[in-house]
Write a protein of this length. Structure first.
Length: 159
């Protein structure tokens, strides 16, 4: 696999992201949502590129002492090539760099076993359940990683 480059998401990335959203993600988010997120001072988004083509993206919201992972999306054609892991590692490092953050939280579809395994591999623990969270049908598992529990090997390597 070619090298994955991680960079901050920009408005100019949205056209390419729209294609990935339509083909490889659920209908929970749309391009208008992302445009608004890029304008939100409490949000940060990154993209993963291979040969200058976006193959994934992810983002966080900063709340008082918590960072919430909003999404991690990898294009179907490049799944199982560690792009999701690379994005998640970068989000963890972004969160850890923020002053006063004690935890990183996310929701994951209860049916998305590969994503749950990824989060557990990085130390996230199940802390709750949101019934019918996705489209008022599927449940979401709430997972959290305390920043004090982030292994030293995952720190300070944000690219």
């Amino acid at each position: 696999m070619d090298d994955v480059q991680i960079s901050k998401m920009t408005i100019s990335d949205l056209d390419e992201i729209e294609d990935v959203l339509l083909s490889d993600f659920d209908d929970f988010w749309n391009i208008t949502t992302f445009r608004n997120e890029l304008l939100n001072s409490n949000s940060e988004y990154i993209v993963a590129k291979i040969n200058n083509k976006i193959v994934g993206f992810a983002g966080i919201w900063k709340a008082v002492d918590d960072v919430h992972i909003t999404n991690i999306v990898t294009a179907k054609k490049v799944r199982r090539q560690n792009i999701g892991s690379t994005l998640l590692l970068n989000l963890i490092q972004m969160a850890k760099a923020k002053n006063g953050i004690t935890a990183i939280t996310l929701e994951v579809n209860s049916n998305n076993i590969p994503a749950q395994k990824l989060y557990k591999k990085f130390g996230f623990k199940v802390v709750g359940l949101r019934k019918k969270y996705y489209n008022n049908i599927e449940d979401a598992i709430i997972m959290t990683l305390k920043t004090r529990d982030i292994p030293q090997s995952m720190r300070n390597t944000f690219r």
